[in-house]
Design a protein around this ligand. Structure first.
Ligand code: 2P0
Length: 359
């Protein structure tokens, strides 16, 4: 039987000297594109994703009471610049909540090509949130871990959970869960925006990932979404249609209707890219090999294979299909983009702490 990935990580107790957590990337079927608050990382729309069973990030956080700074490495190489600053700012937030001033050493092992639109920041900040909150003794449940991960990178809120997860924007007047706090206060806004598992049928979807270019992208997703919100005339209409896409997506997941899931995911992603193309200046992540893969997806459908494309802030294409069709889809995609590589992912688990000695 398929493992149940919906189980939430157990709340941790007390602080420890060091903790290691693992988290997997997620691919949005209904996209997050646009913030309403940059500092709190509050999105303008709800989003919904599938957590993968490949490409995990493993992150160890160690308290270093004698150190004057945090130390951060990624795959053994010290991080510098903005990437380091994002981790340090995240640790500062955790320290502030814990009332502990000790610095930490963070060592992260990423199996995702960093910065290539394969959600490395999602698995990265989900693993960091779980490990850091254990080390600093925050004692958070899964919902609170999701809120915390969000502060590092929006999509990380979803990687706290396995399988399918919805991330509530928590915007006032939106379909957000209620809190007792007045809606215009910062704590209320923070509390209302988190991810949670989405009920789904027992079906077996795969995402065939066509990595057409594993290099870092020219425009960060942070900058690209800011520019889109500020300048694209298509942003508002897409955000509105994304709301109805999400409602329909929930229903199709409950039915396990792969074709309906794929159709909604594909239109939502193409719409998101349309908003970027209409930004001033335009943001275009889609490259010639991207379009070749999209053509191959259309050919697969013409041949009767259920295959649907989604793309994120990069040129790579993820093709949703039945697990039983994944090899055939992978072959078609490989033929369309011979210079790239292809990965096959299924539904994966949520973020969790590793026991000592476990890898
Ligand atoms: C998503 N993406 O829903 C969307 C679709 C890319 C396209 O989440 O600024 O790295 O750290 O909150 O989470 C990429 O954005 O952005 C992303 P920040 P993040 O998966």
């Amino acid at each position: 039987m398929r493992p149940d990935h919906r189980a939430a990580p157990a709340p941790e107790r007390g602080g420890t000297r060091s903790a290691t957590a693992v988290a997997h990337p997620n691919i949005a079927l209904i996209k997050y594109w646009g913030k309403r608050d940059d500092r709190l990382v509050l999105p303008r729309t709800d989003s919904l994703s599938m957590t993968l069973d490949i490409l995990p990030t493993t992150t160890r956080v160690r308290l270093t009471p004698d150190a004057e700074h945090d130390e951060v490495t990624l795959d053994g190489v010290p991080l510098e610049g903005e990437a380091r600053q994002r981790v340090v700012a995240f640790l500062a937030l955790v320290r502030e909540r814990a009332g502990v001033s000790h610095h930490a050493a963070v060592d992260s092992e990423n199996t995702v090509p960093t910065g290539a639109g394969l959600a490395s920041s999602a698995s990265g900040f989900a693993a960091l949130a779980v490990a850091a909150s254990a080390v600093y003794g925050l004692g958070l449940d899964a919902t609170a871990l999701s809120r915390l991960a969000r502060r590092g990178s929006g999509s990380a809120a979803r990687s706290v959970f396995g399988d399918f997860a919805v991330w509530h924007s928590g915007r006032p007047g939106g379909p957000a869960p209620a809190t007792d706090l007045p809606p215009d206060t910062e704590p209320a806004a923070d509390l209302a925006s988190y991810a949670e598992p989405v009920p789904s049928a027992e079906f077996d979807p795969a995402l065939v990932i066509a990595v057409v270019n594993a290099g870092p992208k020219a425009v960060s997703s942070r900058e690209a979404m800011r520019r889109t919100v500020e300048t694209s005339p298509l942003y508002g209409p897409w955000a509105a249609s994304s709301e109805t896409d999400l409602v329909e997506m929930r229903a199709t997941l409950r039915r396990g209707d792969l074709d309906a899931v794929g159709e909604i995911a594909e239109r939502n992603a193409l719409g998101m890219h349309a908003t970027m193309l209409a930004a001033r200046p335009a943001v275009r992540y889609l490259s010639a090999p991207t379009l070749d893969v999209l053509d191959s997806v259309l050919r697969l459908r013409r041949d009767g294979v259920s295959a649907y494309a989604t793309m994120d802030a990069g040129p790579n294409v993820k093709v949703l299909c039945r697990r039983a069709d994944a090899d055939r889809v992978a072959e078609a995609v490989r033929g369309a983009a011979p210079g790239g590589s292809v990965l096959i992912a299924g539904r994966g688990p949520g973020a969790r702490l590793l026991a000592e000695g476990e890898r």
